[in-house]
Design a binder for this molecule. Structure first.
Ligand code: AHR
Length: 321
């Protein structure tokens, strides 16, 4: 009888352990994180990568990173490689928002949790990832639009024409920075997006596309240049210089890299909406919360600010990217 009791007790203990998260690893050194990075298209991206890797390494996780250099197909493969390798958790900084459901379904089958950072993915399936950590791109677009509406509020002008430089197609910042901007400027019926190019968030690509627009006389009657990131704004400025054209435009940019803040201080651009790349600490804390079996919010927002010629520029803290 006593033997049966001991046997039942052992069975009960085993059952309890079995109910807990599988493969719980006490030591972070034994935990391997797969980090799938989108590319190297901007200084912003390099700093974002560095911030995430540094904070994970501070917590002594093993980090395996793969960079897909702006190639969406490569990035799907990179995540599949992490799944095949059976990493303990995947951090995905996606290029595009589309195409992720079947891949994340595989991760789910393999019981590998996924955290999405920076750009988001298009899905209604909240069971496919733990959380999204990043900026509100729609709010950034809205802030850019708000600068433009405020700027023209007291200026008498029949039409205000905007030249929009968009980022990568099918990416969440491109879609939402456009939506946020149009929603806000929509309050002033004089403001219209007259021309659009796609610069892929890359300086050289934007420079080439903008040069073509200059040659096709698409800059005539343009008042505002709204660019989805600083690298592309720099490309447009390069093109203006190459064509020896005067910069007579109101320029609004997103990211707030060092070079753009400098141009803002020199009065060469008017407004820079920050996209904060320092998300590493939030990412590492979220990973830790997951392995500590603590609750995780569905969306974790990174806070951003706005710098413009409507505010004091002397207080902008120095930045290193
Ligand atoms: O996804 C965030 C955007 O990607 C940043 O604004 C841009 O610089 C980067 O390439």
């Amino acid at each position: 009888m006593r033997k049966i009791k001991i046997f039942l007790l052992i069975g009960f203990c085993l059952l309890l352990t079995g109910c807990q998260k599988e493969d719980v690893k006490e030591n972070t050194k034994e935990i391997t994180i797969g980090f799938a990075q989108a590319g190297t298209e901007s200084n912003w991206r390099k700093v974002q990568s560095q911030s995430i890797k540094e904070e994970l390494e501070k917590q002594k996780y093993q980090v395996m990173s793969r960079n897909s250099f702006s190639d969406p197909k490569q990035q799907y493969q990179d995540v599949m490689t992490f799944i095949a390798y059976q990493v303990d958790l995947i951090i995905l900084s996606p290029i595009q928002e589309i195409g992720w459901e079947p891949i994340l379904e595989e991760a789910k089958k393999a019981k590998i949790p996924v955290i999405i950072v920076d750009r988001n993915i298009a899905t209604n399936r909240t069971d496919l990832f733990l959380t999204h950590i990043g900026s509100s791109f729609k709010a950034q677009g809205g802030r850019a639009g708000l600068y433009v509406t405020n700027h023209y509020q007291k200026i008498e002008k029949e039409t205000i024409n905007v030249f929009e430089i968009k980022g990568t197609e099918n990416s969440s910042p491109t879609r939402l920075r456009h939506d946020g901007f149009t929603e806000t400027v929509g309050r002033d019926p004089r403001i219209k997006i007259k021309e659009t190019i796609t610069g892929d968030f890359i300086r050289l690509k934007a420079k080439e596309e903008f040069s073509e627009a200059i040659k096709a006389n698409k800059l005539n009657n343009i008042d505002v240049i709204y660019s989805h990131n600083d690298e592309m704004t720099l490309g447009a400025l390069d093109a203006l210089e190459d064509h020896q054209l005067e910069n007579k435009f109101v320029i609004v940019s997103i990211d707030a890299q060092k070079e753009m803040i400098e141009l803002l201080k020199q009065g060469k651009v008017n407004c820079v909406v920050e996209c904060n790349p320092f998300m590493g600490e939030l990412v590492a804390n979220t990973v830790k919360r997951y392995f500590d079996n603590k609750t995780i919010s569905e969306d974790i927002y990174v806070s951003d600010t706005v710098f413009s010629d409507q505010n004091s520029l002397s207080t902008i803290p120095p930045r290193n990217y």
